[in-house]
Design a protein around this ligand. Structure first.
Ligand SMILES: [Zn+2]
Length: 403
């Protein structure tokens, strides 16, 4: 502890949920002490070493959790597809809408037409909605540019969002999201461009924290995804995958084989994929907003994932087409109701396991000594009250790096 427990700030009288495996679900009369943005101590007040701080915050018995982490978003995009969603609800098929110029390529057209300032301006309200609910770390993907320049604008916009607000931003390069119209029917040639030109250039600019891809019959094949992953690993970048959302294409196993941080969606993940992910420590990122909004009927195999010990994260998948969701609290509720996660699993899914899905397990996601002091302080007294309500936002304060 050094210097006789001198710290910058202490939060006392907290109902503390540390999300550290093996620790009690809730620690009554908990205390968190921080110095230089890092946690010095988090636990029972009666067990704490002597602590002195310039400032003490009385939490008044409120619930204090790690700051929330949204580990899968397409927050940066232009255009509006709510009209398209309404057509789908009236019974038009996605294929018919896409054939008429809708679908993901309509977002690509709008995003290509937007400059960086416009991308930042349109994303800020979405980011602010997440922050208002205690989010301290957010992942933001590219993937609506599908060419070097617009992908660069998207990633720069994501970095700018992290400068405009107090939030930790992790970027994922998702060039392999869809085949752009100019490469229609020539996916392999587009993958050549991704691995030969786009990824090296964007990585050299420091714009890429991880590399993502969409493995699906309507997107990229396992062999094409493998090429993208090999290029990422050659640059020392971690990988993740949109996998097994619409069919069991072996995406979970593919991700695990490449040591992916996470495989995301997973509605159609099979037994082989579960075993491979368990062996590789690949996090299952569950996206109940997309499941709900697409009115899917096959849920991800949560019981089997739990049995196999695969860590499960929960995220919004915030995007204009299939999950226009800017509430991580609602995502937790949907994960509980639609997928059968327990309230504790929901909270771990937006803290500890979400950090793992972003390669940040040694940085944030738990209240433990040495990690960043990222807190969410809530006007409720239990984790159940956080998960089992729809609509209210009980956030009382958000702390990033001790501030
Ligand atoms: Zn996604």
């Amino acid at each position: 502890m050094g210097e006789a427990g001198i710290c910058d700030r202490i939060w006392r009288d907290a109902r503390l949920v540390t999300c550290v495996p093996g620790q009690p679900g809730v620690i009554e009369r908990g205390v968190v002490a921080a110095r230089d943005g890092r946690i010095l101590y988090a636990g029972e007040a009666s067990l704490a070493p002597p602590l002195r701080a310039a400032e003490t915050v009385d939490c008044g018995g409120r619930l204090v959790t790690p700051g929330l982490i949204d580990a899968h978003t397409h927050l940066v995009h232009a255009g509006d597809r709510s009209g398209e969603a309404a057509r789908r609800l009236r019974g038009e098929s996605y294929a018919a809408i896409a054939a008429a110029g809708g679908g993901i390529l309509s977002t690509v057209r709008a995003t290509r037409a937007a400059d960086q300032a416009a991308l930042v301006a349109s994303a800020l309200p979405r980011l602010d909605a997440l922050l208002a609910e205690g989010v301290t770390t957010v992942e933001i993907k590219s993937g609506y540019g599908l060419a070097l320049e617009p992908e660069r604008r998207m990633l720069r916009a994501a970095r700018t969002l992290g400068e405009r607000r107090r939030v930790r931003v992790r970027t994922s390069f998702l060039g392999a999201h869809a085949v752009p119209p100019e490469h229609a029917g020539h996916a392999d040639a587009y993958v050549d461009e991704i691995v030969g030109a786009m990824l090296p250039a964007l990585a050299a600019e420091g714009l890429v924290d991880a590399v993502d891809a969409f493995c699906e019959r309507i997107a990229f094949s396992p062999a094409q995804v493998a090429r993208v992953f090999e290029a990422a690993r050659a640059l020392g970048l971690p990988v993740k995958l949109h996998a097994d959302q619409l069919s069991d294409g072996g995406g979970g196993a593919l991700a695990a084989r490449h040591g992916a941080l996470s495989a995301d969606h997973l509605e159609h993940l099979g037994e082989d994929g579960i075993a491979a992910m368990a062996g590789a420590g690949t996090v299952a990122v569950l996206l109940p907003g997309a499941f709900y909004f697409l009115r899917e009927t096959v849920a991800p195999p949560v019981a089997a994932l739990r049995r196999a010990g695969v860590p499960m994260a929960v995220a919004t998948d915030c995007n204009p087409g299939t999950s226009p969701l800017t509430s991580l609290l609602l995502a937790m509720n949907l994960a509980a109701v639609l997928f059968g996660l327990t309230p504790e699993e929901c909270l771990a899914g937006v803290t500890r396991e979400a950090a793992r899905a972003l390669g940040l397990a040694r940085e944030t996601g738990m209240l433990a000594p040495g990690l960043a002091c990222d807190l969410a302080i809530w006007d409720v007294t239990s984790v159940e009250a956080l998960v089992c309500r729809m609509g209210p936002n009980p956030l009382q304060a958000r702390v990033l790096g001790g501030e």
